[in-house]
Design a protein around this ligand. Structure first.
Ligand code: ZN
Length: 351
């Protein structure tokens, strides 16, 4: 095949990528999970682990898998170093050059006798090794387990302050949003902002009201939003997001819409189809690649094939991602310039 005729997949393989919404525990390779379970004497069987990686009629919930990892499988700092390194290796193979990823300390701290600093250092070591071996840069986002108490959220931010590291730039909030609205953790977010940590939060993810998106913006004062699909139910709030230029990280494989929209209407009725067309700044992400059976290239394919976006939109998503990232200003400006040129160069070959 001549260079002047890249297929869509080849084009998608070549273009530089950033990932801003991926959960470390959602990236674990199947064989790694089996090895770690065996090594640490977890009660989790190979058959159960196999089932975690199947998306059939009734898939095992990702949040259930996370609890199994936290409570049973991840028992020593090197486990965290290894899964971090392997995630970044897998991402870099698809030209993800920078990743900002979530990790929930609260569950692992409760289930093991490891300290916050041991865990954070192990992840930072994996990040450093991956940068050396694959050239991928990354930042870590400790994320509040919203099913835990408000004081556990505050404690997490206090631990971050006590073990402050420049690659641990901000906080997020995830796990089950139903009955755990953003304002539950207003104290944790106030402390994060006071010490100049960046902030984001999952909101409007599980068919939950646009109110949670508004609260995340107004009460928590977040710098960006994760999911935020229900914002479309409130046109005034959409306008505010556009005026503010806030980045929304979206997930094409989001399980709530896969579960609740019928297969024939899913691609038409999915909020992602409307979000960028409405003027919102979005960036597509893998979320839990191992369990959603997705990867960065497939994620971009879905934006085109399921939601009808074009190549120019992909460039805008890439630029949205860079602008909304938590890289320093100079690095961001340089990457915007370099990646735009690279994208255009590959585009010439694709057309
Ligand atoms: Zn997520």
């Amino acid at each position: 095949m001549s260079e002047a005729n890249l297929t869509l997949n080849q084009f998608l393989q070549q273009i530089p990528k950033i990932e801003l919404h991926c959960h470390l525990l959602g990236t674990v390779r199947k064989e790694t999970m089996k090895e770690l379970a065996r090594k640490n004497g977890a009660r989790t069987t190979d058959a159960e682990i196999n089932a975690f990686y199947v998306r059939g009629e009734k898939p095992v919930g990702v949040l259930h898998v996370f609890r199994e990892l936290e409570n049973q499988i991840l028992q020593d700092p090197d486990d965290l170093r290894r899964i971090t390194y392997e995630y970044l290796e897998d991402a870099s193979r698809q030209q993800v050059r920078h990743a900002e990823f979530f990790w929930n300390p609260t569950g692992t701290l409760a289930a093991t006798d490891l300290s916050y600093s041991e865990l954070q250092n192990a992840i930072l070591l994996g990040m450093n090794e991956a940068e050396t071996d694959f050239g991928i840069t990354s930042l870590l986002i400790p994320s509040i387990d919203r099913e835990a108490s408000a004081s556990a959220g505050l404690e997490m931010v206090a631990l971050m302050c006590a073990h402050r590291h420049p690659a641990v730039v901000g906080i997020g909030m995830d796990y089950n949003e139903v009955n755990n609205p953003p304002e539950k953790f207003s104290d944790a977010y106030a402390l994060a902002k006071k010490v100049s940590l960046k902030t984001t939060a999952h909101a409007g993810e599980f068919g939950t009201s646009w109110k949670n998106v508004e609260t995340a913006m107004d009460v928590l004062g977040v710098d960006r939003l994760d999911h935020a699909y229900s914002v479309l139910d409130n046109p005034a709030l959409v306008s505010r997001c556009i005026d503010q230029g806030i980045l929304i990280t979206v997930v094409p494989t989001n399980s709530y819409y896969l579960r609740t929209l019928s297969a024939d209407l899913w691609a038409q009725e999915h909020p992602i189809r409307q979000m960028a067309r409405a003027g919102l700044k979005i960036h597509p992400n893998t979320d839990d690649p191992s369990f959603h059976l997705v990867d960065p290239i497939k994620c971009q394919r879905m934006m085109i094939e399921a939601f009808g976006y074009g190549i120019d939109d992909l460039k805008n998503f890439m630029l949205n991602g860079l602008e909304g990232s938590w890289l320093d200003h100079t690095t961001k400006s340089n990457l915007i310039k370099q990646w735009s040129e690279e994208f255009d160069e590959q585009r010439q070959k694709y057309l």
